[in-house]
Design a protein around this ligand. Structure first.
Ligand code: GCV
Length: 713
C-alpha cells in the first residue's frame, strides 16, 4: 500500500508554485473529464479583431482556452465543424447578424451566451449589442469553464444592474496608498506616460472580468497636481490602456484646485472666475481623455476644503463641478462621508443632517456617494440612514475593499457576507422590501444614475492585494456591483474554484471557512455593536482606551461609553436619537432595546453589564464569550487550512498558513486587551473556563506601532 502511494506521489506532477499574480484568471489545465468535453465545445473560434475591444476579447479567449484545454482552438471565419465558439455583435459578425438573436434590451454592456445550431453544427454563441458586452460575455464563458460548469445547453442573458461600477484608489502621487496594505500604488506616475507597465493591462483584464467599468486613480484626500497638464498626460496614457476593456478613468478633484493650481484667490462656487476655471479645466481634461468619467469629491470632511468654506452647500459645490462636466457627459460623485470639526452632534447623524435637506437640489449628473454605514467601514455597521432618505438624489454605495478595520492584509476576512448584509438590509423607505440594493439600483426611487464604488485593496505587491484571500474581496465587489442580488456564498465558491482548485474536497471547506470569517473578525474585535476601538491614526490593533486628542469622535471612549454601570452608545430617543433618521418601522426596532438585533445592541443602546442576552447570559459574559468565539474560529480556520496543503501549490499555501498564524495571534491580542480593559469597568469575574489575559492592561496600552502601514498622511 505504502509502495503504491509512494509511486503515485512520485508520478504526480508537482503543483507549480504560484505567486498570485494571475488572480482568478489563472487558466490552469483542467482535469481531463472537463477538458475533453470543453474541447469538443470549443473546436474553433469565430471572433473578429477589428477593434481594440474585439482584439482583447479574442486574445482573452485564446489565452484562456489554451491554458484550460492545453491548446487554443483554431481561428475560423465560418462554422465548418461541430463545436464552434462564435463571438461578436450583429454589427461585427455577419454570422451573428444572421442568427437573429434577441440582443435588443441587453444595453451597451449586456450579453447572451446561447447553445445554437449553425449550418447544421452545434455551436456556442456569445453575442452582444456592443463590443464591450461581448468581452463581458467571453469572461463569463471562461468562468464557466474554470469552474467546471456544464456548457452543453447554455441560455444565459445578462446585463449589469448598476451603471457605474467603480474602484476608488486612495493612491497618492508619491505612490503612498492611504489605508493600503499591498505595497505602493500600482500607478508609477514618474515613469508615465512613456512606460506603461504591463500590469496596467492585467489590471484592466481582471476588472473587466468582474464587470468593473471605472477607476478613480487618486486619493479622495486629493492633490490638485493631478489636474495639471503634466499629470493629465499620464492619466491619458492609463485611460488608453484601460479603454479596450471598457474601463473609464475618473479623478478625485480637490475643491480648492482653482487656488492651488489656477492662481485664483478663491474657490467659491458662486464666483464667475471659479466657474470658468472648472469649465476650462473640464474642457482640457476631455481633450486628453475623451471618455473621461468625471470627478469624485471629498469636501468639508476631515479637513478637506469644500463649499462650506464659503458658506455654500454641498449641492452648490457639486453643481459647480457638474456644470463643467455636463457638456462632455461626465458625472460628479460627491461623497457623503462628512463630519464637521465643530459639530457636537453624534457623528453617526451628521451626514443625514447635512444632506437630506438638499435632496433634489443636486444637478442631474451628480451622484451622492454614501458609505455602507454612518461611521466608517467598521467590521459591522447598520446600514446608513441616508439610504432610502433621498428619493430625488441618486445615491451610490461606497464599500471598502481594503481592510482598514478588519485586520489589514493578514487577517482572512471574506467581505462578501458584509456587502450582502447591507445590500439586503430593508430601509422600509417605501414599505417592506425597500432594500438598500433597490435604492442603489434605482428601482425604488427611479434614479437615472446608479452605481457602486469600492475602495481598492490593490497595490504593487506581486499578488495585487497583499494576501491571496484579499483578492476575493476585490472579486466579490465587482460581482456584486454587476448584480447586487448575487449570493456571497456563490461568489466565494466561484472565486475559490478559479483561484485555487475545483476539487470539492478543497472547495467546500474553503468556502465554509470564508463565509464565517468576517463574523469572526466582528467577534474578536467589536462584538455586539461595539465600534471604532482600534489604534489611533494607523488603526492597527485594539485600543479601546483611546481618549483625548484633537476631537472626541476620533477616540474610542466616545463610541463605547463604558462605565461601571454599563456600556454602549445610546442612539435611541433617550440618547442622540440617531434612530429617528431611519424609516419608522426600522427606527422602532433599532430604538427598542428589547427588539434591536443583538449584533447592533451596543451601537444603539447603553445597557447595564447584567443585561440579559438571548443566550441567557448577562451582557458581560456574552461579550467575553463572543471574543473567545472569534479567536476559536481563527484556530479552526488554521486547522482546516493546514489540512489542505496537498490541493494547491506550496507557495500560496504557505503564505496563507503564515498569515493565519498572524491572525490567530492578533485575534488573541484583541480579545485579551479588550477584556482586560472592559473588566476595569464591569468589575466582574471572567466566566468559568475563560483564561484571564496574560498581561496587565498597562502592557497592552503601552504597545506602540509607529510604522504600521496605510496611515493617513
Ligand atoms: C481617505 C477614514 C479613513 C481615512 C479616509 C476617510 C475617507 O476616516 O481612516 O483614511 O480618508 O475615511 O473615507 O475619506
Amino acid at each position: 500500500m505504502l509502495g503504491v502511494w509512494l509511486l503515485a506521489a512520485w508520478i504526480a506532477p508537482p503543483l507549480r508554485a504560484e505567486d498570485g499574480y494571475d488572480l482568478w484568471l489563472r487558466y490552469r489545465a483542467l482535469a481531463p473529464e472537463h477538458a475533453d468535453a470543453y474541447r469538443a465545445a470549443a473546436s474553433q473560434l469565430v471572433a473578429g479583431d477589428a477593434t481594440p475591444t474585439q482584439a482583447a476579447t479574442r486574445a482573452e479567449l485564446l489565452r484562456g482556452l489554451e491554458g484550460l484545454l492545453g491548446a487554443a482552438p483554431p481561428l475560423s471565419a465560418a462554422v465548418t465543424r461541430p463545436g464552434a465558439l462564435i463571438v461578436g455583435t450583429p454589427a461585427s459578425s455577419p454570422l451573428i447578424a444572421r442568427l437573429g438573436l434577441q440582443t435588443g434590451g441587453l444595453g451597451r454592456e449586456g450579453y447572451l451566451i446561447r447553445s445554437v445550431v449553425v449550418d447544421g453544427h452545434a455551436a456556442t454563441v456569445i453575442a452582444a449589442d456592443e463590443d464591450i458586452g461581448a468581452l463581458y460575455g467571453a469572461f463569463h464563458f471562461l468562468r464557466l469553464l474554470q469552474g467546471g460548469q456544464p456548457i452543453a445547453r447554455l441560455d444565459v442573458r445578462e446585463r449589469p444592474r448598476l451603471q457605474r461600477r467603480v474602484l476608488n484608489h486612495w493612491d497618492n502621487l508619491d505612490r503612498y496608498v492611504e489605508r493600503g496594505y499591498a505595497g505602493q500604488s500600482i500607478w508609477d506616475w514618474h515613469k508615465l506616460p512613456d512606460w506603461r507597465d504591463p500590469c496596467y493591462t492585467d489590471y484592466a483584464r481582471a476588472n473587466a472580468s468582474i464587470g468593473v467599468n471605472g477607476t478613480v486613480l487618486n486619493n479622495v484626500n486629493a492633490n490638485a497636481q493631478i489636474l495639471t497638464p503634466m499629470y493629465l498626460e499620464k492619466v491619458a496614457a492609463l485611460a488608453g490602456v484601460f479603454r479596450p476593456y471598457g474601463i473609464r478613468v475618473y479623478l478625485s478633484a480637490r475643491f480648492s484646485a482653482p487656488i492651488e493650481i489656477g492662481g485664483l484667490a478663491t474657490a467659491d462656487p458662486q464666483d464667475p472666475a471659479v466657474r470658468r476655471w472648472w469649465r476650462d479645466k473640464a474642457d482640457e481634461i476631455y481633450r486628453h481623455v475623451p471618455d473621461f468619467g468625471g470627478f469624485l469629491v471629498k469636501a468639508n470632511s476631515e479637513g478637506q476644503p469644500g463649499p462650506q468654506d464659503y458658506g455654500r452647500s454641498h449641492a452648490d459645490g457639486a453643481n459647480l463641478l457638474a456644470e463643467a462636466l455636463a457638456p462632455h457627459g461626465g458625472i460628479v460623485m460627491w461623497r457623503a462621508f462628512v463630519y464637521s470639526h465643530e459639530e457636537p452632534e453624534d457623528r453617526a447623524r451628521q451626514a443625514y443632517s447635512e444632506f437630506v435637506p438638499h435632496d433634489g437640489a443636486f444637478a442631474g449628473n451628480v451622484m451622492v456617494q454614501v458609505k455602507n454605514g454612518a461611521i466608517d467601514f467598521q467590521p459591522r455597521e447598520p446600514f446608513h440612514p441616508l439610504f432610502g432618505a433621498m428619493p430625488s438624489t441618486p445615491l451610490m454605495m461606497e464599500l471598502q475593499i481594503t481592510k482598514e478595520y478588519l485586520g489589514f492584509a493578514t487577517h482572512l476576512a471574506y467581505l462578501g457576507p458584509m456587502y450582502e448584509e447591507v445590500l439586503k438590509a430593508d430601509t422600509h423607505a417605501r414599505g417592506k422590501g425597500s432594500t438598500v440594493a433597490r435604492v442603489i439600483d434605482g428601482s425604488l426611487h427611479r434614479y437615472a444614475l446608479t452605481g457602486m464604488a469600492g475602495v481598492a485593496n490593490i497595490g504593487s505587491d506581486r499578488n495585487w492585494s497583499g494576501s491571496h484571500f484579499d483578492q476575493a474581496n476585490w472579486y466579490a465587489f465587482g460581482r456584486l456591483a454587476w448584480n447586487p442580488a448575487l449570493d456571497a456564498r456563490a461568489i466565494a465558491e466561484e472565486w475559490t474554484r478559479m483561484t485555487f482548485s475545483n476539487d470539492p474536497a478543497f472547495v467546500a471547506p474553503v468556502v465554509e471557512m470564508m463565509m464565517g470569517s468576517r463574523e469572526a473578525v466582528v467577534d474578536y474585535m467589536t462584538p455586539l455593536g461595539l465600534h471604532h476601538l482600534m489604534g489611533r491614526g494607523h488603526h492597527y490593533g485594539p485600543a479601546p482606551w483611546v481618549e483625548g486628542g484633537p476631537r472626541a469622535d476620533w477616540t474610542s471612549v466616545y463610541y463605547h461609553r463604558a462605565t461601571r454601570e454599563g456600556i454602549g452608545f445610546d442612539r435611541s430617543a433617550s440618547g442622540s436619537n440617531a434612530v429617528a433618521q431611519y424609516a419608522p418601522p426600522v427606527a422602532r426596532r433599532f430604538g427598542d432595546v428589547g427588539r434591536v438585533p443583538e449584533e447592533y445592541l451596543l451601537w444603539f443602546h447603553h445597557v447595564p453589564w447584567d443585561h440579559r442576552m438571548r443566550s441567557g447570559r448577562p451582557l458581560w459574559e456574552e461579550l467575553v464569550h463572543r471574543y473567545a468565539r472569534g479567536v476559536d474560529y481563527v484556530k479552526r480556520m488554521r486547522a482546516t487550512w493546514d489540512g489542505l496543503g496537498a490541493h494547491i501549490d506550496g507557495e500560496r499555501h504557505a503564505q496563507v498558513a503564515a498569515f493565519l498564524a498572524i491572525q490567530q495571534k492578533e485575534a488573541q491580542w484583541w480579545r485579551d486587551a479588550s477584556i482586560a480593559y472592559f473588566q476595569t469597568f464591569s468589575g466582574r469575574p471572567l466566566p468559568a473556563g475563560q483564561a484571564p489575559p496574560p498581561h496587565p492592561l498597562e502592557h497592552y496600552k503601552a504597545l506602540q506601532f509607529p510604522h504600521a502601514p496605510g496611515d493617513g498622511r
